[in-house]
Design a binder for this molecule. Sequence first.
Ligand code: ADP
Length: 246
Amino acid sequence: MTPLLQVSHVSKSFGGIRANQDISLQVADGEIVGIIGPNGSGKTTLFNSIVGYHPIDTGSITFRGEELSRLRVPHIARRGLLRTFQQTRIYKKMTCVENMLISRPHTNETLGTMLADFDDADYQEAYDLLELVGLYAKRNLQAGELSFGQQKLLEFAMALMNKPRMLLLDEPTAGINPTLINGLLERLVYANRELGITLLVIEHNMRVIMSLAQRIYCLAHGQMLADGDPEAVRADPRVIDAYLGG
Ligand code: ADP
């Protein structure tokens, strides 16, 4: 069966820095797959290549069988493939529900005129997703008043407003306290199982990725070092070496 996402022999350099070298991976529809690797190993570069943030040098990336490597971010997003960021990208002076509404693809240029366009059904959808991430009670608060962990939950809910088929999550639990981490993990699993969203997750927290992912890829120095089921990857001497050495 064709994988949902197929990355084949992708390389990307920045000047003399070979950030990704001959990277291949596949994600099947419905999977939760992890990406680990020391800092600077090329994880974020790979995400940016997949969602069209920058062109790749060589290789191919297909999503639902369609070649993506010539498309840019909005076109790829419209096909149902989105990423989130390590640092949240929310408007701190706007309310939670306003952030939700404007996270949708839109045609108007200014935020003010954009907000006037939404109807009751749009608000209901935003409220339902805020409820899902436990932020309904805070819907009318400015997003900047939320804790960092809550802002990450809001960003996740904003991504869901786009009805993605697949989400790439960049360190979803970074900077979140342990209580909220469990809540976030439950929501990720819910989105996967109940909403049918395939997840590819960069994560530094081994406990988190071991419990979440069905398979893990490990990058080091821009190359694919190991892949397989989480226990096998964690026990792989090359992976242990890359972390201890890197
Ligand atoms: P990771 O996400 O695993 O920490 P990155 O993909 O951010 O790794 O970085 C891999 C390498 O590519 C690093 O050496 C980084 O400095 C370099 N790099 C990433 N993005 C850029 C860029 N836009 N310009 C120049 N170098 C970059």
